[in-house]
Design a protein around this ligand. Structure first.
Ligand SMILES: [Zn+2]
Length: 165
């Protein structure tokens, strides 16, 4: 479905960060240490920095640079059931926080988790983009569901275009 290069890039990023963390935590350890499997805590930290990097890229692409947005990793218990993330924003202050699911609660290979995290970031940014349009609308379950489908389709299309380049 996707071409392979984004996964390869994620792999390089992963190894780099793990090596960096490794050499910082243990000076005796050689920098040439092979890439080790990250611990759950390291995966959470990797997801946070990966999501922050993606956030900034997509924020620029979606012309949301005047917003101060941050990403936080959340455990499944802290999210609504059957969701992979959420966004809370303050229109007056132009601030927002995106929550993405902790990799510990995913049942996917880590490379796929990273792709899914990017999906969540783009998805939540599109919600933010649509917020002024939808604000006057009387919200109900049906139009929330429609919004959700539309946001998923737009996210899918954008990520396909990006990953197929
Ligand atoms: Zn959504």
């Amino acid at each position: 479905m996707y071409r392979r290069w984004p996964r390869v890039l994620s792999g390089i990023f992963l190894c780099f960060v793990v090596l960096f963390a490794f050499t910082r935590s243990s000076r005796a350890q050689s920098a040439a240490e092979p890439c080790v499997k990250p611990t759950a805590r390291e995966r959470t930290a990797l997801v946070e920095s990966f999501a922050t990097e993606k956030l900034w890229r997509w924020q620029k692409r979606l012309n949301l640079e005047d917003w101060k947005i941050s990403v936080e990793v959340a455990r499944a218990n802290d999210l609504k059931a059957h969701t992979l993330g959420n966004i809370h924003w303050d229109t007056d202050k132009k601030t927002a926080v995106i929550h993405v699911l902790d990799p510990a609660d995913y049942r996917l290979p880590f490379a796929d988790v990273l792709q899914d995290i990017e999906f969540t970031v783009v998805h939540e940014l599109i919600h933010l983009e649509l917020a002024p349009v939808l604000a006057p609308l009387q919200r109900n379950d049906a139009n929330r569901r429609e919004e959700e489908h539309a946001v998923n389709h737009m996210t899918d299309a954008l990520l396909h275009l990006d990953r197929e380049r």
